[in-house]
Write a protein that binds this ligand. Sequence first.
Ligand SMILES: [Cu+2]
Length: 428
Amino acid sequence: MAGIDKALIVIVVAIMAIALGATLFMGAAQDAGPTVATSPTVSTETSESETPTSFGADLAAKVREEAGMSKKDTVKPMMSGWDRLTSDVDPGMGHESHQLAIILAPSSNVYSGTLMYDASEPIQLVALHGPLAEGEDKGQAIWTPDGETKFALTFVNPNSANGEWQFAGNALAVHTMNTEPFIVDYKVDFEETPMSDTVVTGTIDTVTDPGVGHESHQLAVLLAPSSDVYSGILSYTASEDIQLVTLRGPIGADEKPAKTWTPDGETIFELTFVNPKNAMGSWEFSGNALAVHTMYTNQATISYSVSATVTPGQTMEVEETMMEETATPQTHTVDAPAGTSVPGCEETNSCFTPADIIINAGDTVEWNNIDTAAHTVTSGSPADGPSGVFDSSLLMADATFAFTFEDAGEYDYFCMVHPWMVGSVSVN
Ligand SMILES: [Cu+2]
């Protein structure tokens, strides 16, 4: 008897469900117009184990969803031509509490292009370079899914939920440091190119800069000087802060650009120098050569992806945007750190921080004495004495001294009280 009742209920429920489903379906179909074809068969596979109440609710939800009215869509409509991803737990070791959405999966080819993104919360942008060969992961940010396959990681934190990013790399992802999933809408215009002379992923160590007058600096050439013009995107991660360099040339003898670089004193290139003060990032560049540079004597390691196109046989014109970038005067801060009144800081070149700084003509350097002892900032060197360009006189604790550098050149300075305290300002 119970069996008959149950069968009867199932049939009645099925009829009600079909009627309800059809009603909702018709409503949805009227609203949805041309998408009718994508909201097909209302589910009639009546699962016998379902209770009547949840069955109707589920069906209504299903119809809503198939009519394109899912919960996510009501949060934010998606722009046409864009895709949507929901993040998952970051599979990278040590990132288990983070969320990751992979937009372009790891490949041996190099992706380059523009990512436009609009996420449900601020996200970080990630490009991977690699996989790295054994021993290449020196002092850089690394991402590994298994502890063995290692990628160098370019990690950009725009502090924003939406924006645009020019990237190059063997994979592209977005990331948060939260445990809750996020939703990202995105559009990526990219090329996927096999490795070549101009499309490269690699890891490289710097060597002593062969440029005349740069012998105390370190350089790594990514695209060697050429009569052709390269233009493209570099994404990089380094073991320390680096500067980005393009060369234009060789230039004619009558040209007198503000900044030049020459390997031999005869072949002269114009130098464009960008100091992002960052060990990782992306850069859209154009020039006859591409390199990265540090002001330090110790070797740096850089992992990078670069994707360039080549325009044969012409010396590029200087881009005005690059000139503008270097034209706005800036103020740079250097500290005299605590504890510098006793020797020791000179061993790590940290008696001023940063001890060596690169600025543009017109920029100002402001020195802060954050030590408890008094110091001076005096142009010149302990060996040769004051050069007379600038002198703070005695700077007490918490005092500051500023000097604006109008002329290009190399300016050494020291503390007259503590002659082990030396620093330099390089003005482009
Ligand atoms: Cu001092």
